[in-house]
Design a protein around this ligand. Structure first.
Ligand SMILES: Nc1nc2c(c(=O)[nH]1)N[C@H]1C(S)=C(S)[C@@H](COP(=O)(O)O)O[C@H]1N2
Ligand SMILES: [Mo]
Length: 395
């Protein structure tokens, strides 16, 4: 037997052993035989992929009870968040169970022609798709967080498809003197937001599609308002009513903070992850801004003494998550990793010191959190210890 034949025999023997192992190890899934991949009628991920949304406090003890679950962005790849891992923030209520046949969207108030649309009617209208992030203002770097899901898991990025709100407002005929809209959700608590009419006409979407399929119930099925770049609470889910008005209304869910500033965070390596040893790694993370497209991301591996230009990965879209990376050779010594970004408006992401003390009140008695318009954009540092463990370095 020549060397080539010998190698081939060895290879075949080895792969037969591997195949045997695999067949034995993979259990049947939903009546299927020993195939990976589960039910063919609605795709499932590999059983080796276990990333899950987490509840408040970063564990699953109180899972979903507060109405909040966070995206596991430490495991994120690219810029799109799978719908099943999109964070969810609902103020104390479960998604209402809306029958699409009975769904109506009402547009009324200061309009010439009050309207009521069925879902089918809305779907007949011209539509657009946009890749946009939604971030809850409660996303907050702070000493209490262990993982990047704790500190930044209330952001997600989807392709949203729907009807431009401007079109519906045109159909209804907005009257002179109107300057705001009120958008109301259909759940028991009736989450309601005042929004400037100019924003409603500019780029808001009444969305029925999320990542190529109907919006998920936790995201507002069958319809949600998408308000690009505005804080999460503006994006009213289970949208059932838009009233055109001439002033903002102080509803119980009201807060008046508008576009979010630029923000970035390293998702790998991040809190609670572990590097197996010194050597080559791709530091990677996400950056986004309510002010438009991300222009630059810089990464520091020495606690902010020196900064390196990170690579921005296509697509770099306005008001969307933007993926960045930096090649890094870890020498095995303690390292302090952080990222900072700027957006196309020239706004920059501040350090904690530049932003102001994140907790407490000013001497004038004003809550500090108002300094950032309720948005907490400051830089998140991660410490890599010599044993490869990674920890939140705030605090
Ligand atoms: N009707 C309704 N819309 C809502 C909410 C709500 O409680 N009810 N929560 C808001 C808040 S605070 C946020 S951050 C976003 C979160 O969107 P998501 O749950 O799809 O991630 O939805 C907003 N829209
Ligand atoms: Mo939120």
């Amino acid at each position: 037997m020549n060397a080539k034949q010998h190698d081939r025999r060895r290879f075949l023997k080895k792969s037969a052993a591997l195949a045997g192992l695999a067949a034995g190890a993979i259990p049947a899934v939903r009546g299927q035989t020993a195939n990976a991949g589960g039910d063919l009628s609605y795709g499932e991920r590999s059983r080796f992929v276990t990333s899950l949304r987490v509840g408040d406090g970063g564990d699953n003890a109180s899972f979903g009870r507060s109405g909040n679950v966070y995206t596991p962005i430490q495991d994120s790849i690219g810029i799109i968040t799978p719908s099943s891992l999109h964070f969810s923030s609902s103020h104390g209520s479960y998604p209402p169970d809306i029958n699409p046949q009975e769904y109506r969207l009402m547009i009324h108030g200061m309009v010439d022609r009050p309207m009521s649309f069925t879902l089918e009617e809305l779907k007949r209208l011209p539509f657009v798709s946009r890749i946009l992030y939604i971030e809850c203002n409660a996303n907050r770097p702070g000493p209490e967080n262990k993982t990047v899901a704790d500190s930044h898991g209330k952001t997600a990025c989807s392709e949203w498809t729907g009807v431009p709100l401007s079109l519906l407002l045109k159909e209804a005929g907005v009257q002179a003197g109107a300057s705001w809209i009120l958008a109301e959700g259909a759940e028991t608590g009736k989450h309601t937001k005042s929004l400037p009419l100019a924003k409603a006409r500019h780029d808001c979407l009444v969305a029925y599609g999320q990542n190529g399929e109907p919006v998920r119930p936790h995201q507002g099925y069958p319809m949600r308002l998408v308000v690009p770049g505005f804080p999460g609470y503006s994006h009213v889910k289970w949208l059932r009513r838009i009233k055109v008005v001439d002033q903002p209304y102080l509803t119980p869910s009201e807060r008046f903070h508008f576009p979010q500033g630029p923000k970035s965070v390293i998702t790998f390596p991040s809190g609670e992850q572990r590097l197996p040893g010194r050597g080559f790694y791709m530091i990677t993370g996400l950056a986004w801004s309510g002010g438009g497209a991300i222009r630059t991301v810089e990464v520091s591996t020495d606690g902010g003494q020196t900064w390196n230009q990170a690579q921005l990965h296509d697509p770099v879209l306005s008001i969307a998550h933007t993926r960045f990376s930096l090649a890094w050779n870890w020498d095995g010594e303690e390292a302090l990793l952080q990222s900072r970004c700027t957006d196309e408006m020239g706004q920059f992401q501040p350090t904690v010191a530049e932003f102001g003390e994140p907790k407490g009140v000013t001497p004038e008695g004003v809550l500090r959190r108002e300094a950032g318009g309720g948005h907490w954009p400051f830089i998140q540092p991660w410490r890599v210890n010599r044993d490869g463990s990674v920890h939140n370095a705030i605090g």
